[in-house]
Structures are given as structure tokens and as C-alpha cells.
Design a protein around this ligand. Structure first.
Ligand code: GTP
Ligand code: MG
Length: 345
């Protein structure tokens, strides 16, 4: 791999921010808010990484003014680590940003990303600031989350710990969060409750604490993503000859199962049928951008909550489903096929 020092010799390292947190806690929402409030004369860039094979967040973030680069198919810390540095180098070289925001997958362990960003490769190129971790305080009452090593380490390695979705909390959830946060050792630089990812931009200036160590440094070791129906080169291949514009893949790792789809330009769904299909189960995460008979929509659901919203459109349709239980991908695939708008003969 080329040496980024040679490529990007520059006087001052670029402030870089890691926004971590478990699946669906509101990382992309928070980044969107930060982008909206950025100084208009500053060039910012975003690197976003997805567990699934196709990735959707870049579409949700696109605002035409900020460079967004996506690394899909695994997590930054392991299988995709080379794709991560390639993506990051690309952003640095092409965009020459004045600030970089990085969103790792919600299933990503942050330790290795922090190590890479603070290692010799980027030493004088990037200046990693405080790790900002979002969480859902309601997960404190969920044995599955509390037992998840990556969930624990995302919180443990946070410099700033933010409980998002406060609008959905009970008084008990709020108290549980502050009690939990008070007991954390080493203490956080800031802890806060917010809604709609409303982070205080001043937190971006807080420093990274070098003293934090992962509780489960081995947790990120394996995330196997295996592709279905793809060519050797990894390019999408038709699933069947009568469905040339329908590509699907599955991924697995960190105790979770993913299924992803890409749809070509002629694939349109009936919005009601699509919504019904995607509501069939309270999967941990459903997100996508797809064409329907009434226009493009984005889909953003967490544990059964959320729906379809109008979207300006994309080059192709994309959909991801992730759950902690094995997915019956073939059944969902058939249901999605049945939710298509019939193609005119
Ligand atoms: N009620 C409520 N919903 C929220 C809040 N913040 C985010 N959401 C919703 O939660 C869903 C997930 O938000 P994202 O920002 O995509 O979450 P994420 O952490 O980026 O998700 P992944 O990248 O898939 O891990 C979306 O439907 C958001 O609109 C909030 O404060 N309150
Ligand atoms: Mg996201």
C-alpha cells in the first residue's frame, strides 16, 4: 500500500472523528445533523462502512456538497480493513477535506479502527479526536445487548457517550443511563441525552483519550461476509436469467445475519406490498433506497420501528436486512419479488 505521507504531504493533520454505536442507534442521523451545521466554507468528507454487502447510508447522507464514500461488505476493523484505508486515502487525496467524519458499521469493534487511525500510517496526516459513541439507553435493559462484546467495547472506548432517541425514553430509561454512565471507569469526557442525533458540535474539538483499552480486544477477529451469486471479481451477477436486474447476497458475523439486494432501474415495487413485506418481522435493521410505483422511497427501520419516506432517487435500488436470528433469505426474496410492480409485457 502506498505511503499516505508521500501522497498527501500537508502542513496540518486533518481533524478526524469516529462516530460509533450499535446498529440503528442514530449515527447517520447525527452525522447528517453535523453536516447541516458545518461552516459552509469548510470542506468535510464522510467515510461510512456497512455490515451488509451493498450499503445504504451513503445514499441517506448524500447532500450533493459533502463527499461521502462507502465501504460495504464487512466491518472496518477486519475483512474490509484494506478497503477502509483505500477509501480513506481516496477521500484525503481527492477531496482534500478539512474535516473527516467516520461511521463504522454498528457491528464494528472500534479498537482496530482507532489503532489504524492513530498508527504510523496516518500519524502526520490525520488527527483523531474524541470517539463519540451513540447508544440507545433502552438497550441497558436488554441482556442480548449487554452480553455483546462489541456493544460493550463501543461504550467502553467512547470519550463522549451519548444516549440518543431520548424522545422515546421513559424516566426509568433516563435514570438507568445516567446511573450506568456515572459508574463507567475511566470516566467519559461528556455524557448526554439527545434526540435526533443532536450532538453538540463543540464535542468535535475534544481530544481522543489515549488511555482507553478494549475489554474484548479479540471480539473483532472474525466477520465473514460471503457473497452469493457473484462473479469471481465480486461484480454483481444476475440471480436468474429472467431476473437480470435483481442481485442478492448475504453476510454473517458478530452474531448477526444480513441479506442485501441491489435492484436495476426497471425494478419498481408496490409501496404497500413492500411495506407489508418489510414489516413482517421486527428485524433489528432494515434500510434501503428503492423505486416504487409512486416514486423513490428510503426505508429506515430499527427493531420494527420506522417506515418509508420519499427520497430524491438513486442510480439503483438497494436494500439491507440485518438480524441477530438467522434470516430466511429465500423466503424474503420471494416475498420481495411478489411485491414488485408487474412489468408491462
Ligand atoms: N424516535 C427517534 N428516532 C430516531 C432518533 N435518531 C434516529 N432515529 C431513527 O432511527 C433510525 C436509525 O437511524 P440511523 O441514523 O440510520 O442509525 P445508524 O446508527 O446510522 O444505523 P446503522 O448505520 O444501520 O447502524 C432512523 O429511522 C432514524 O430516523 C431519535 O432521536 N428519535
Ligand atoms: Mg448508519
Amino acid at each position: 500500500m502506498s505511503d499516505p505521507h508521500a501522497l498527501f504531504s500537508r502542513p496540518r493533520p486533518i481533524p478526524t472523528h469516529l462516530i460509533t454505536g450499535f446498529l440503528g442507534v442514530g449515527k447517520t442521523t447525527a452525522i447528517r445533523r453535523l453536516l447541516e451545521r458545518r461552516p459552509k466554507d469548510e470542506r468535510w468528507a464522510v467515510l461510512v462502512n456497512e455490515f451488509g454487502e451493498v450499503g445504504v447510508d451513503a445514499e441517506l447522507l448524500a447532500d450533493g456538497e459533502v463527499a461521502v464514500r462507502q465501504v460495504a461488505g464487512g466491518c472496518l476493523c477486519c475483512v474490509a480493513s484494506q478497503a477502509f484505508t483505500v477509501g480513506l486515502n481516496h477521500i484525503i487525496r481527492r477531496e482534500r477535506p478539512q474535516r473527516i467524519l467516520i461511521e463504522p458499521t454498528g457491528l464494528g469493534h472500534p479498537a482496530q479502527v482507532i489503532e489504524t487511525l492513530t498508527g504510523t500510517l496516518y500519524a502526520s496526516v490525520l488527527e483523531l479526536h474524541a470517539t463519540i459513541t451513540l447508544m440507545d439507553a433502552r438497550h441497558l435493559a436488554s441482556a442480548r445487548h449487554r452480553a455483546h462484546e462489541t456493544w460493550c467495547d463501543q461504550i467502553h472506548l467512547a470519550d463522549v457517550l451519548v444516549a440518543n432517541k431520548a424522545d422515546l425514553y421513559t424516566e426509568q430509561d433516563r435514570e438507568a443511563f445516567f446511573e450506568f454512565a456515572r459508574a463507567l471507569d475511566p470516566p467519559k469526557l461528556r455524557t448526554a441525552l439527545v434526540s435526533r442525533g443532536d450532538l453538540d458540535p463543540a464535542w468535535l474539538d475534544l481530544p481522543l483519550s489515549a488511555a482507553r483499552r478494549a475489554l474484548f480486544p479479540e471480539a473483532h477477529a472474525f466477520l465473514t461476509a460471503h457473497r452469493l451469486k457473484t462473479s469471481e471479481s465480486g461484480d454483481p451477477q444476475p440471480l436468474e436469467t429472467d431476473r437480470p436486474e435483481w442481485w442478492t447476497a448475504e453476510s454473517r458475523g458478530e452474531g448477526h445475519f444480513g441479506r442485501s439486494w441491489r435492484f436495476g432501474p426497471t425494478v419498481q415495487f408496490e409501496p404497500m406490498r413492500l411495506d407489508e413485506t418489510l414489516r413482517r418481522d421486527a428485524w433489528d435493521r432494515v434500510k434501503g433506497v428503492v423505486a416504487t410505483s409512486t416514486g423513490w422511497v428510503s426505508i429506515n427501520r430499527v427493531a420494527g420501528v420506522g417506515g418509508l419516506e420519499p427520497h430524491p432517487g438513486a442510480a439503483e435500488g438497494r436494500l439491507e436486512i440485518i438480524d441477530h436470528r438467522p434470516l430466511d433469505g429465500e423466503v424474503i426474496d420471494r416475498e420481495l419479488l411478489a411485491a414488485r410492480r408487474p412489468v408491462a409485457p
